[in-house]
Ligand binder design. Structure first.
Ligand SMILES: [Zn+2]
Length: 454
């Protein structure tokens, strides 16, 4: 039987709670909001909802962007007409880059499979803004421009694809427009993939080709369905967006992950944490809601093509989707209008998601990359010793940490321009650590999870 504890016992419990030290307070500073870079803040502020609407209107006017419509060879209809329009847009925006932005197609023939009804030519649009530091890997911001209606094998019927995924193409083009005149150490690649709706085809081909050529990718920030704020149940979410990230790379050794407790610290997770921090600083009107999953149930996205190759990747998707407005043949049934139409979109919302992309990509390209780091566990001990490899552009390093059951970094300490550090007062068994690099201007990229080293 439950018995109320005596008053004195309750008071003693309350008092002991009051004097407990705050978790994470040991020997560190609070993780403070990122300092704004005025140039990045100006780029964020220059995102224009009218440009996004203009891109959407142009894409929808191609009638369909179904992946099988590539044989139409009609400059006004089909996926290749849209492809050529997107490439021309990138070239136009590239004029402000002083010759640093180049545009290419990544084209290949996908053979027929159980799912692909015939051999089909895929052609993604890749715009590259060359960075100043050849040691840096690529920072990628991606979308897909193909679409489909209720029947993905039908290239004839209209498929407007406004939200899925004209919204993200508009966001990526606008991000290119505002960043093209700016200079970054890392090369930024703006991509509109073909063949996502046929099974992530364009992105799989591109990511594999990067891996095969030994090209480093620091991050892929993928966008897919980011333009509507009104959910399926009529509730509006104008200030919320989801950011998906996978728990573990596919080559993760599960017994080791289990032993060291690294299940929430894949490179993609650290990227997601960094993007949440960047978003909170530059676009405070938006809540970036971290979803600890690869993607939604029964759905996928081009970010998976990058994680499949061992690269860090995340996906933005609107907070509450309406499946009546995705992958639907245009029709009205029982009073419900089906179809992915411009009228269901919210361009002010899309502008805010675009602002997140601008802040993310600019910050990642300016900040040094995540270092390769180790936690030294050679001898039984009470302290925490970390070491890491210097990364290009680093002026100092910051160690961040959190309790093992906390989702986000709680504390931070800038330890200067060194490549090792020991916390005498911090037992490694009780905390999860991360190491990240800062450039001279204070840009911070994602943290690296230090792998235990014996
Ligand atoms: Zn999509």
């Amino acid at each position: 039987m439950f018995r109320r504890p005596p008053f004195t016992l309750a008071l003693a419990v309350l008092c002991s709670i009051a004097v407990l030290p705050q978790r994470g307070s040991a020997a560190g500073d609070e993780v403070v909001p990122l300092a704004l870079d005025p140039a990045i803040a100006a780029a964020v502020a220059s995102v224009n909802a009218k440009n996004l609407l203009g891109t959407e209107a142009a894409l929808v006017a191609f009638g369909t962007r179904n992946g099988y419509s590539e044989t139409l060879r009609n400059p006004k209809r089909g996926v290749y007409a849209a492809r050529d329009w997107i490439a021309a847009r990138f070239r136009g925006y590239g004029k402000s880059s002083g010759g640093r932005l180049s545009v290419a197609y990544d084209t290949y023939v996908q053979p027929k499979t159980a799912r692909i009804v015939r051999d089909v030519e895929m052609s993604s649009v890749v715009a590259t803004l060359r960075g100043s530091d050849p040691q840096r890997g690529l920072v990628i911001v991606s979308s897909h421009f193909d679409d489909c209606n209720s029947k993905c094998s039908d290239p004839e019927l209209d498929a407007p694809g406004a939200d899925d995924n004209g919204s993200a193409v508009a966001a990526v083009l606008e991000t290119a427009r505002v960043l093209a005149p700016m200079h970054f150490p890392a090369t930024i690649v703006f991509i509109c993939f073909d063949g996502e709706d046929l099974g992530l085809l364009g992105s799989a081909h591109y990511a594999k080709s990067l891996k095969d050529r030994g090209i480093k990718v620091e991050a892929d920030v993928n966008n897919d369905i980011v333009g509507a704020s009104l959910g399926h149940d009529g509730q509006a979410w104008p200030n919320d967006v989801r950011l998906f990230s996978e728990a573990l790379p596919k080559d993760a050794a599960l017994p080791r992950v289990n032993q060291i407790g690294s299940e929430n610290d894949s490179p993609s997770r650290e990227l997601a944490r960094a993007l949440k921090e960047i978003g909170a600083a530059y676009v405070p009107a938006m809540h970036v809601n971290l979803i600890w999953r690869t993607d939604r149930f029964l759905r996928g996205g081009d970010q998976q093509s990058f994680t499949d190759q061992g690269f860090s990747a995340t996906r933005y998707v609107e907070q509450s989707e309406n499946f009546d407005h995705q992958h639907q043949t245009l029709r009205t049934e029982n009073g419900i209008e089906y179809g992915d139409l411009i009228k269901f979109m919210d361009f002010d919302y899309l502008a805010r998601v675009t602002q997140l992309n601008v802040a993310d990509v600019a910050t990642l390209a300016a900040a040094p990359p995540a270092p390769e780091a180790n936690l030294l566990t050679r001898a039984l001990g009470y302290d925490t010793s970390l070491e890491w490899k210097a990364v290009p552009g680093a002026a100092s390093y910051e160690i961040v940490w959190r309790a093992t059951d906390e989702p986000l970094w709680m504390r931070a300490r800038n330890v200067g321009n060194v490549t090792s550090y020991t916390f005498k007062e911090m037992p490694k068994d009780n905390w999860i650590f991360g190491v990240r690099a800062l450039d001279a201007a204070g840009h911070k990229g994602p943290a690296a999870y230090p792998q235990p080293l014996r």
